[in-house]
Design a protein around this ligand. Structure first.
Ligand SMILES: [Cu+2]
Length: 289
């Protein structure tokens, strides 16, 4: 049975959507896949799935999106989007799928489709198979994860797991880069504070201002300075870690022109629990000012 829901607006949803759009803008780079904006959430929590559509079907605009809802989520509410009509498909009372249609997104434009839900109280992975209908053609993002296999059309997957929310408990402050001539890698420095009750592990970083951004550690052996690549860095619960000249730092290789003194550039820090954190780093001159 299909229930038609009238389009309307909700300030909360709009706020969430705007925050999510901002996050998407920070991450940059449109991806072909339909993916979840936040792919990890805590068991038993209220979660808003944002399905990010950044491309049509081989260039053709997207005209409908149908998302299948996993069996073990409850209290499913889809966000009405201006211009789109919304259908919920049900089997008895549980919602089995949500469909947005009657509008279009041009290829290359990003849009987010949101569905709020209550997650199961157990650690698990939930797949949301998506059918993307375009003016011409259709894409089926329905392949389920298989260990060690790179899928062509993966379904968006949410990991329901007990992990600290890095956006909530981990903060980045005083982020800055020392801009050096283009041939020389530029150091990035910041302070990472873990206010959560579990240790977190920083595994990498990236920035549109850098061709590559690496985790480095400066070491001094008998007066000789050298740097070593660091695979990951733990920040204990309640701990603070300073990335500073002469110690741990980010190394911005192949800096882009946007890395110039006075600029503010986005940096995404990635953590082992698959969370990431978007920060802005100030770009300073060679003297660090
Ligand atoms: Cu370095």
């Amino acid at each position: 049975m299909r229930n038609r829901i009238r389009s309307g607006s909700s300030n909360l949803f709009h706020l969430i959507a705007m925050v999510a759009l901002f996050a998407v803008a920070m991450l940059g780079g449109a991806r072909a896949h339909v993916a979840l904006a936040e792919a990890t959430a805590a068991p038993g929590s209220r979660y808003v799935a944002h399905f990010r559509v950044g491309h049509g079907c081989s260039g053709s605009p997207t005209t409908a999106l149908r998302v299948e809802i996993p069996k073990n989520v409850t209290a499913v509410v889809a966000e009405p989007l201006p211009g789109w009509s919304l259908q919920t498909e049900k089997s008895g009372s549980p919602v089995t799928a949500i469909r947005w249609q009657d509008e279009r997104i041009d290829d290359g434009k990003t849009n987010l489709f949101a569905v709020a839900m209550r997650l199961p109280a157990v650690q698990t992975e939930l797949a949301f198979p998506v059918t993307q209908t375009c003016q011409t053609g259709e894409e089926h993002w329905t392949e389920l994860p298989v260990a060690g296999v790179k899928l062509k059309r993966p379904a968006p997957v949410l990991r329901v797991a007990l992990v600290p929310a890095s956006t909530g408990s981990v903060t980045v402050t005083e982020g800055w880069f020392r801009a050096l001539p283009p041939a020389v890698p530029s150091g990035g420095y910041f302070t990472l504070r873990n206010g959560g009750g579990t240790s977190v592990t920083l595994t990498g970083a990236d920035s549109p201002a850098c061709g590559m951004l690496m985790l480095h550690q400066s070491q001094n052996h008998g007066g000789m300075n050298h740097m070593a690549h660091v695979a990951d860095v733990d920040v204990p619960a309640g701990g603070t870690l300073a990335f500073a000249p002469g110690g741990l730092h980010l190394m911005c290789m192949a800096a882009k022109p946007m890395l110039k003194p006075g600029a503010l550039v986005p940096v995404t820090l990635r953590f082992k629990d698959r969370h990431s954190l978007n920060a802005r780093f100030e770009v300073r001159g060679a003297a660090g000012k």
